[in-house]
Design a protein around this ligand. Structure first.
Ligand SMILES: CC(C)(COP(=O)(O)OP(=O)(O)OC[C@H]1O[C@@H](n2cnc3c(N)ncnc32)[C@H](O)[C@@H]1OP(=O)(O)O)[C@@H](O)C(=O)NCCC(=O)NCCS
Length: 443
């Protein structure tokens, strides 16, 4: 096989994501720290690229840093209660000023189009929508939160109308009450409310950090709602990150199927997150994204595509379509985000019911070293035990060490069930025989 240029490989990898995102609505929440000269032009170029690929975009921007800076410059004191800023009349004036200034900067950055365009690109229309209705937070524990508010309602019809017209919708974290009073809102909450109201496909939080870090100090690449709630309960997060994660969980509760939290500072992370298998930051979904299930006939084309390169290299023996069809129910498939990444099969023997064979363990090259092989093995061991198997064989030409590190031991072909010995001797693969005694293993 000739080497494939990395760009071609990457572009092909991106193709299903491009197809999937076309026509879908994405709500992007931009942390206030990112509206600066370093981050904004790069982010704006990537948002332009997304719009050019047919993604419908709503951009909610934060104002916290700008409001705090303005208050400091103007000698206006700031007070907080339960981690929310108390918005006095004077602070509200700074909110208005910051909002106008950041909106202008974002529009200017968006008007530049995407980088290295071969010809002038039509300017992306931006609509600054007053799409949020607000109500006051009121009095918390005896403290009047004044003009700090919460979202009362989102005008989803207006948002969709703007999006249908081909515009990007720019939303400030401010809302107006039915009596015309302006309230300052949390950008995280505003983005989450809009994402739920417009039934967005995804909600992206662009922040300074690379994602959410768990109790062990490592970044969490994927989280389901339950895991996110455990992190919230552990109290290991900084206050603003806690509010962010709470908003993410509420978005999942409200029906948004995917929330992604990632750095808006690392050049290109948004594109990596949306168009590559591994993503860039923390990806949250209601259910776990990785699952292992029994294969069906309709999986055969994808399964064959997964196995083909390994068969070509002689790592796995060739299985034609007829064989896959005959034995498809032996296979278990590992999927992440509905994409196939690995497989394993369990073969049983009529003449030796306590013996099983692990066959065809494979993980696609780009997904290796993520623990998928280990997960497939754990799943197969569970299935084998359920089937009453006590000794599990694996025949391998290049992966004996991998099995040995997981408790398998070298065995002789004579220990295989009789019908398998005959096949083993008739082919010339000279595979090593490895065996795991399940009766000695903890379930
Ligand atoms: C073997 C295989 C399934 C492992 O999948 P995976 O998802 O990368 O495995 P995991 O992430 O659970 O484990 C990765 C570890 O296994 C090691 N490993 C991978 N292939 C190995 C091999 N052939 N021999 C020894 N160790 C190996 C990696 O170096 C890594 O080690 P580390 O954790 O110390 O860094 C995958 O490499 C594969 O598809 N190989 C080709 C097919 C094959 O050989 N199948 C077995 C025949 S049935």
């Amino acid at each position: 096989m000739t080497d494939i240029h990395p760009f071609v490989r990457a572009f092909r990898e991106a193709a299903p994501y491009i197809h999937y995102l076309r026509g879908k609505t994405l709500v992007v929440c931009l942390d206030s720290a990112l509206s600066d000269e370093a981050a904004l032009p790069l982010l704006a170029a990537d948002l332009n690229l997304l719009a050019a690929l047919g993604v419908r975009l709503v951009l909610v921007y934060g104002l916290q840093r700008q409001v705090e800076d303005l208050c400091r410059q103007n000698g206006i004191g700031l007070a907080y209660h339960r981690e929310r800023r108390i918005t006095t009349e004077a602070v509200l004036q700074q909110v208005k000023q910051a909002s106008g200034s950041v909106a202008a900067d974002i529009q200017a950055a968006l008007s530049l189009g995407f980088a290295h365009a071969p010809q002038p690109v039509k300017r992306l229309p931006v609509v600054c929508g007053n799409v949020l209705w607000a109500r006051p937070l009121g009095v918390w524990d005896g403290v009047d939160m004044q003009y700090s508010g919460q979202v009362r309602k989102t005008d989803a019809v207006a948002v969709n109308r703007y999006l249908d017209g081909g515009s990007i919708v720019l939303v400030a974290p401010v809302g107006i009450s039915p009596i015309g009073q302006l309230y300052s809102l949390s950008a995280y909450e505003a983005a989450q409310e809009i994402a739920v109201a417009v039934k967005a496909e995804k909600l992206l939080f662009l922040i300074e950090e690379n994602g959410i870090f768990g109790q062990d100090g490592n970044i969490c690449h994927t989280l389901n709602a339950q895991e996110a709630e455990e992190i919230l309960r552990s109290g290991c997060l900084k206050n603003d990150t806690e509010q962010l994660l709470q908003a993410a969980v509420q978005a999942l509760d409200g029906g948004v199927s995917r929330v992604q939290i990632l750095s808006g500072r690392n050049n290109g992370d948004v594109l990596r997150e949306l168009f590559t298998r591994h993503g860039a930051g923390t990806s949250l979904s209601r259910q776990a994204m990785t699952r292992i299930r029994t294969a069906q006939e309709s999986d055969i084309p994808e399964l064959a595509a997964l196995l083909a390169p390994l068969e070509e290299q002689g790592i796995l023996r060739r299985r034609d379509k007829a064989e896959l069809e005959r034995h498809i129910r032996r296979f278990f498939l590992l999927e992440n985000d509905r994409q196939l990444y690995g497989c394993v099969a369990l073969r049983t023997f009529a003449d030796a019911p306590h013996i099983g064979e692990l066959e065809c363990l494979a993980v696609s090259r780009e997904a290796r070293d993520s623990g998928y092989g280990e997960q497939l093995l754990a799943h197969l061991l569970k299935e084998a035990r359920r089937a009453g198997i006590q000794r599990l064989f694996a025949l391998t030409t290049q992966t004996a060490d991998w099995f040995a590190e997981r408790g398998f031991q070298a065995a002789s072909a004579d220990e295989l069930p009789f019908e398998r010995q005959e096949i083993y001797r008739s082919n010339r693969r000279q595979s090593k025989v490895m065996v795991l005694d399940l009766s000695l293993q903890a379930a």
